[in-house]
Design a protein around this ligand. Structure first.
Ligand SMILES: [Zn+2]
Length: 232
């Protein structure tokens, strides 16, 4: 059965101004309603790690994989309690050099500054059963940097997160969805088991483990729109 892999960024009250990337900030009430819908419809929300048996077709059942990019603190504050309430797990892809920092990669483009989780918040996220994935060291465009730098961004972020956590990091998300066969190979060689892109469709049996598609959930998605993304 095709599995939806949902992609969120920030869960917070969106700024009133029309700032860039405002559409990526989902209101906490909307997120709560979306998780409640999944539960009501019999879906289990799982991290990528927890959903591997479903992706590989070894287990069946209604599953939605919940992922967040960038490791924002507002996910810890506003989404984590909701996930706990529903008994769901999720994956957050952290920018290793911005743990305790902020969205430094987006601010030059006009985005509102937003803090990232601290190391202790990330550890708590992991201790509650949620997955920590990597999203490089600095949120770089992997296709625009030299191959050696791409390799460093991919492997050193894994090392850094593993050192902070004391556990294995096996999932990766390509910043901006920038990837090709060479980048996928670098991710595989660095020791990851899965990587997600921003290709928009559900994951199917037989998809490349290093090219899993995702469905972006946006601020102005209505509940109907959300359900369509998950169910159809
Ligand atoms: Zn990102």
């Amino acid at each position: 059965m095709p599995v939806p892999i949902l992609l969120y960024h920030q869960i917070d009250i969106p700024p009133a101004k029309r700032v860039p990337f405002r559409s990526m900030i989902v209101h906490p009430d909307a997120f709560r309603r979306q998780m409640a819908w999944l539960k009501r419809l019999g879906y289990k929300g799982l991290s990528l790690r927890d959903a591997v048996p479903h992706i590989e077709g070894r287990e069946s059942g209604k599953v939605a994989i919940i992922t967040f990019d960038d490791g924002f603190r507002n996910v810890y504050e506003n989404a984590l309690p909701v996930l706990q309430e529903h008994g769901f797990t999720a994956t957050n892809f952290f920018v290793a050099n911005q743990i305790g920092g902020r969205n430094a990669w987006d601010i030059p483009l006009g985005a509102a500054p937003a803090p990232c989780m601290s190391a202790s918040q990330m550890r708590e996220w992991a201790a509650l059963g949620h997955e920590v994935g990597s999203h490089t060291l600095d949120h770089v465009h992997l296709l625009d940097v030299p191959r050696q730098e791409a390799s460093r961004q991919i492997s050193q972020s894994r090392d850094a997160l593993q050192d902070m956590l004391g556990m294995a990091v096996t999932s990766f998300a390509y910043p901006y969805g920038d990837e090709n066969a060479e980048i996928r190979a670098l991710v595989r060689d660095a020791g990851y088991a899965h990587a997600t892109t921003t290709e928009r469709r559900k994951a199917l049996l037989g998809d490349d483990d290093f090219g899993l598609p995702r469905l972006t959930i946006r601020r102005n998605d209505s509940w109907l729109h959300f359900l369509k993304k998950c169910l159809t």
